[in-house]
Write a protein that binds this ligand. Structure first.
Ligand SMILES: N[C@@H](CCC(=O)OP(=O)(O)O)C(=O)O
Length: 344
């Protein structure tokens, strides 16, 4: 039987010091922690830190979009060189896997990515993923690497996703790490600190949002730090960080992909009746759509939102935005087929 997949994501703040430099001792610890788990898992490392590693090469760096892209292009090879150095102590070659959204939004491209990763694993190679910042299209960028890691974990049907942060876990209102969260509900969302580190993109809000997506699709998430002797093994054993219990998911691989590729170019705001109908596995009719937002064509994936504007799922739509707008009042037009809808 194949080993399960484990996705570990490292944010900029856990990899860099206050000057924005990559801390070698941290990379060394990461290599030791991953090497210790290779017998149990097929591993994917999603690593931020390219912008942090490269920005020192740009005089008067202010963090404009062009500067970030340029810094990432300089920083990525530096980051990979550091990983190579420390993983070579364990005879683990590393592969750089720079991805963009279309690798997830197109099913054939995603399947190709999966096949390539199988080649890495067969040969004992660790894929190190990051967004291809230099060329990624601004409108279709991943919101951050928490999203990239989540889409990867869902697409590869990972057993667990570790989101490593500088704060070591998810804290309650008193600043104490909550060891276990059964469900990401309003109370849990209420504890979120909106802040984020200056070099990275994600923050706790982003982590929780993606944790909710991953757990709703059956993937366990642990938000953890890099403290302790074996941080990843400790986090997986529930001895550190915050473990989020996955929901039971009966979704098939294609539906999971649909949800993971939720590169949503728009949103449909549904009424209560439409949400109820979708829960009973009916198709979405235009009559249940109160309004829509964004630019999308037939065959693209959009978010579905309820009357409280909470995301309830995603759908691959049968109609583009103008056709759909024209049919909003018509009862019988199918906006999305039941097989192309995934509710969270
Ligand atoms: N692609 C960027 C990472 C952006 C990002 O998501 O950063 P973070 O919020 O620190 O995980 C980089 O490598 O610097």
């Amino acid at each position: 039987m194949q080993k399960p997949v484990l996705v570990i994501k490292l944010g900029t703040a856990v990899l860099t010091n206050e000057k924005g430099e990559i801390v070698q001792a941290t990379i060394k610890k990461v290599a030791a922690g991953i090497a210790a788990l290779t017998g149990r898992y097929r591993m994917i490392l999603v690593s931020s830190g390219a912008v942090g590693s490269g920005r020192g090469f740009f005089s008067g760096y202010k963090g404009t979009l062009a500067e970030r892209k340029a810094a990432a292009a300089v920083g990525n090879p530096i980051l990979i060189r550091d990983y190579q150095k420390h993983f070579s102590a364990y005879n683990i070659p590393v592969a750089q896997a720079l991805c963009e959204r279309h690798h997830f939004s197109s099913r054939p491209r995603f399947l190709q990515l999966k096949e390539t990763f199988e080649e890495f694993w067969k040969n004992g190679i660790l894929p190190v993923m990051n967004e291809n910042d230099l060329v990624s299209n601004v409108e279709l960028k991943f919101s951050d690497n928490d999203e990239l890691a989540t889409l990867t974990a869902i697409g590869f049907d990972a057993e667990a996703l570790l989101l490593c942060t500088s704060v070591g876990g998810f804290m309650d209102g008193d600043g104490k790490i909550i060891p276990q969260v059964e469900k990401v509900d309003g109370r849990i969302m209420g504890f979120v600190q909106k802040g984020k580190s200056s070099l990275g993109l994600g923050g706790m809000l982003s982590k929780l949002t993606f944790t909710r997506l991953a757990t709703s699709l059956g993937i366990r998430v642990v938000i953890c730090g890099l403290g302790g002797v074996e941080p990843f093994a400790e986090a997986l054993a529930g001895r550190s960080g915050t473990s989020f219990t996955p929901r039971v998911s009966n979704l098939r691989a294609r539906q999971k992909w649909l949800a993971s590729g939720s590169i949503t170019l728009g949103s449909l705001y549904l009424d209560k009746g439409a949400v109820r109908a979708l829960e009973q596995r009916h198709s979405l009719l235009s009559v249940g759509i109160r309004r829509l937002q964004g630019k999308f064509a037939a065959g693209e994936v959009v978010q579905l939102k309820d009357e409280e504007e909470q995301i309830v799922g995603v759908a691959k739509v049968k109609l583009g935005v103008s056709e759909m707008t024209a049919t909003l009042k018509s009862k019988n037009t199918i906006a999305a087929h039941a097989d192309d809808i995934v509710l969270f």
